[in-house]
Design a protein around this ligand. Structure first.
Ligand code: F6R
Length: 359
């Protein structure tokens, strides 16, 4: 039920801190260790490479997952678009393990890949929000997101839940592999900090609503830019904006803009930069100067420790691997308020279905 909310999308954005705390309760023991089935963790531990397969927003959560699995568990991880992977499989490693990320558990493109993986005799794990969904039943193992029904077509809480689930899984795997990174990573502490950061960001809706009205109310196109993990967030941020507001939006690697796409920048083109990584903050800021000098209007979403007085949205501190959990929140809200400002049905964007059951 929507209750006081005009649209489910905003309700689901607001639910995200609770969803992350719920995952902590389900999958973390008192002592901080990970509670996941031994047979599943052993299967993951035996794999020499993880293959994350997914579509849309779930694919974007996989892009973030790659960094988390590689940094915490030390396992090479590839991320693939399901509709591509099914018919153009890359050369596989000796012991692959497949992870299907899917909110609905019914996406036809992902189902097609899973049936091929099953024919090849490989083990698989489905991370899904829907118990007993097809991808859950047909995979070897399942990890549930328990995020509650996601009604709005644009996925929000499933994205952050998938990243939190990947974090818990990577911590468990890293402990089995005895990586220093996993030993140092306090999952409960870091996820709680991220949940608190999300809470503080959803409490500042008015600021984001004002920015959406000022910069995105009538524009035809917009860019999200970032580097590294901020680039992964930029890809999901742009998908959110384009699907509900119909503003043509690209998520771009900040440094790549000057290699061609900068030709699209015109007077007042909105460029939204995500800046959470101290290694590359100055570089992204200099890329911003390049677009400002061509007339772009810039909105900055910046980590607290890197922020200046001019930055419009400041993100409370979170662990460097979990910055997408915080940075995506203002982007979800920008998408929501832009759609509302333009008078669209936010929950049911044109041409889209919640669960895509054709290939
Ligand atoms: C975007 C969105 C879609 C889905 C995609 C995969 O907001 O909702 O891109 O993420 O269709 O769906 P699932 O995760 O159900 O496999």
């Amino acid at each position: 039920e929507k209750g006081a909310y005009e649209f489910f999308m905003l309700k689901e954005i607001d639910e995200q801190p609770g969803v992350i705390r719920g995952l902590e309760q389900t999958y973390l023991a008192e002592d901080g260790s990970v509670k996941l089935a031994d047979d599943m963790m052993n299967a993951l531990n035996q794999a020499d490479r993880l293959y994350i397969v997914a579509a849309g927003t779930s694919y974007n959560a996989g892009l973030v997952g790659k960094s988390i699995f590689e940094k915490l568990a030390g396992v090479p991880t590839e991320v693939h678009i399901a509709s591509e992977f099914g018919y153009n499989m890359p050369l596989l490693s000796d012991k692959p393990l497949f992870i299907f990320l899917t909110q609905s558990g019914e996406t036809a493109d992902s189902r097609e890949v899973l049936s091929k993986v099953n024919q090849l005799g490989y083990e698989s794990l489905t991370i899904t929000n829907v118990p007993n969904s097809t991808l859950s039943r047909e995979a070897t193992y399942t990890m549930l997101l328990n995020a509650g029904p996601e009604i709005a077509v644009a996925s929000t809480k499933a994205y952050t839940a998938q990243i939190a689930a990947e974090t818990i899984l990577a911590k468990g795997l890293g402990m089995l592999k005895q990586t220093a990174a996993a030993a140092d990573f306090e999952t409960g502490f870091e996820l709680t900090k991220a949940a608190n950061a999300i809470q503080s960001l959803v409490d500042q809706k008015d600021v984001v609503e004002g920015l959406a009205q000022k910069y995105l109310g009538t524009t035809r196109n917009a860019f999200y830019i970032g580097r590294g993990i901020d680039y992964q967030t930029a890809i999901e941020a742009s998908l959110k904006l384009k699907e509900v507001s119909y503003v043509q939006t690209e998520g771009f690697a900040s440094g790549e803009l000057k290699h061609g796409t900068i030709s699209l920048i015109e007077e007042n083109t909105p460029v939204i930069a995500i800046i959470t990584d101290p290694k590359t903050a100055a570089l992204t800021r200099s890329n911003e100067q390049e677009v400002i000098s061509r007339g772009a209007s810039v909105i900055n979403i910046v980590a607290e420790e890197l922020a200046t007085a001019e930055d419009q949205i400041v993100l409370p501190e979170v662990h460097p691997l979990l910055t997408p959990l915080a940075a995506i929140i203002p982007a979800q809200l920008l998408a929501y308020y832009t759609s509302k400002e333009r008078g669209y049905d936010v929950d049911k964007p044109r041409n889209l279905a919640k669960s895509v059951t054709v290939e």
